[in-house]
Design a protein around this ligand. Structure first.
Ligand code: G3D
Ligand code: MG
Length: 209
C-alpha cells in the first residue's frame, strides 16, 4: 500500500517554484525523518542511513481537499529540509528553521523513553523568536508497530496543549507510518491549511498597522 502521491502529482497543475513552501523536518535521531522525506519524494520506501548533515528535496504535494479544505485540483510545491536529529546536530536546527513556513516534527511512537527528550526539543525550537507562531505538524510515526503509544498519550507526553498557550503555535498531531506513507498526505494538508491561515492573519495584521 502506498500513498499514491506521485500518481496524483503527475496530473496536477504546476505552480511557479517561487511559491514553494519552506518546510523543515525535525525530530530526534531514528524517529523516521529521512524515511518521511524519501517517501514523499519517491513515493516508495528508501533504506536510510543516519543523517550527518541534512537532506533536501523539492516535492509537489497534491491538495486533495480532505479535512474540509475546498481546494480540489491544486497542488503545492514544498521545499523540504530534513535535518539530522543527533544531539550534536540539534544546535543547527535553528539555522534551517529561520525562514520556515512550517515545521514537521517526527516522533517515534514506540520510543516512550525518549518522549521527554522529544518534548524538550520541540518546545525549545517553537519558542525561538523566528519560529513563534510557525505551524507544526507532529507526526506520531511508526504506528504500524504494536508497541506504538496511542495518539492521546503522545499528545500528553509532548505537552502539545502548551504549544498553543505558550507560543501561539498552531499544531496538528497526525498518526503516521512513514515506511508505507500512511498519514503523510492528511498531515501535510493540515499543515498547508495552517500555513495559509497564518499568512492571512499576518496580512490582516499588517494592513491594520
Ligand atoms: P531519522 O532520519 O529520523 O534518523 P530514519 O530516521 O528515517 O533514518 O529511520 C530510522 C529507522 O526507523 C529506519 O530503520 C526506518 O526504516 C525506520 N522507520 C521509519 N519510519 C518507520 C515506520 O513508520 N515504521 C517502522 N516500523 N519503522 C520506521 P533502520 O532499521 O534502517 O534503522
Ligand atoms: Mg535521517
Amino acid at each position: 500500500m502506498g500513498n499514491g502521491l506521485s500518481d496524483r502529482r503527475a496530473v496536477l497543475p504546476c505552480l511557479p517554484s517561487f511559491q514553494a513552501l519552506h518546510i523543515v523536518i525535525l525530530g530526534l535521531d531514528c524517529a523516521g525523518k529521512t524515511t518521511v522525506l524519501y517517501r514523499l519524494r519517491f513515493n516508495e520506501f528508501v533504506n536510510t542511513v543516519p543523517t550527518k548533515g541534512f537532506n533536501t528535496e523539492r516535492v509537489r504535494v497534491p491538495l486533495l481537499g480532505s479535512g474540509g479544505h475546498r481546494c480540489r485540483s491544486a497542488s503545492v510545491a514544498c521545499h523540504f529540509w530534513d535535518v539530522g536529529g543527533q544531539e550534536k546536530l540539534r544546535p543547527l536546527w535553528r539555522s534551517y528553521t529561520r525562514r520556515a513556513d512550517g515545521l514537521v516534527f517526527v516522533v517515534d511512537s514506540v520510543d516512550a523513553e525518549r518522549m521527554e527528550e522529544a518534548k524538550t526539543e520541540l518546545h525549545k525550537i517553537t519558542r525561538l523568536h523566528d519560529n513563534l507562531g510557525v505551524p507544526v505538524l507532529v507526526l506520531a510515526n511508526k504506528q504500524d508497530l504494536r508497541a506504538a503509544l496511542p495518539l492521546a498519550e503522545v499528545e500528553r507526553l509532548l505537552a502539545l496543549g502548551e504549544l498553543g498557550t505558550h507560543t501561539h503555535t498552531p499544531w496538528h498531531l497526525q498518526p503516521a507510518c512513514a515506511i508505507i506513507g500512511e498519514g503523510l498526505q492528511e498531515g501535510l494538508e493540515r499543515l498547508h491549511a495552517m500555513i495559509v491561515k497564518r499568512r492571512k492573519m499576518l496580512r490582516q495584521q499588517k494592513k491594520k498597522r
